[in-house]
Design a protein around this ligand. Sequence first.
Ligand SMILES: [Zn+2]
Length: 229
Amino acid sequence: MRWLRNRGYRAVDLAEAWAGLEVGDDLSKTVVLTFDDGYRDFYTEALEVLKQCGFTATIFLTTDRIRNTPARIEGVEYLTWSEVRELHAAGMRFGSHTVTHADLRSLALDQLEYEVGHSKEIIEQKLGVPVDSFSYPFAFPEEDKDFMRYLEDLLNNLGFEYGVSTILGRASRKSNRFFLPRLPVNNWDDISMLRAKVEGGYDWLHWPQLLKKVMFHHATIMQQSPKAI
Ligand SMILES: [Zn+2]
C-alpha cells in the first residue's frame, strides 16, 4: 500500500473507476482495492494502513458469516456488523459475496437468486445505503457463456451495477462490468512483482488461464458424453 501511495496511485471505488473508463480518463495511476469474504483482519490490520495511505477499499461480504460477535469458520475470524458499520463510516465500501459462499453454478435458479439478492438486501438493511457491487465466489467460469449471461441478467435485474471476478488482468472499457478482472496480490509478492502486476506486466497471464479453463471445460463435456465427440 505504501509503495502504491509513494508512486502516486490513488484508490477509488468501482463506480468512479468505471465512470473513468467510460469517458476514457487516464487511469494509469488509479487502483480499486478489493477484499473478498469479510475477514476480521481487515478491521484489525488493514484499516490502519489504508487510512495512513488515504485509500478506500471495497469489502465483499459473505453475509451469513457476518454476525453480532466474530464468527470463526474454518479457522478464520469474520467481521461483526458493528465493525462493518465502523469501517463504512471510515470510508470503506461494501458489496455482496453471496449469503453462504456457495458455488453458484451448482445451484437451482431460486437458490442462486437468494444467494445474490438476499446478501445485497441484508447489507443494505445493516448499512442503510444501496449496494451496487458483487464479487463472484470461487474461480469464475468465464468459459460457460450461458451461465455468464444468466448471471449478468440476474445481477442487472437485482440492481447491481458492477462486479469483480477471478479473471486475471486489469480492467478496460471492453471488460464486462459485472465480471471485472483483478490482480491477486499475495504476502509473498515483492515490490518488483507488485509493480509488474499493476503496470501491466502480467496482463498476458489471462490467456493461459482462459486456455486452461476452456480445455478443462471441454474435457468435462467429453467425460459426460463421450459418444458426442
Ligand atoms: Zn470468497
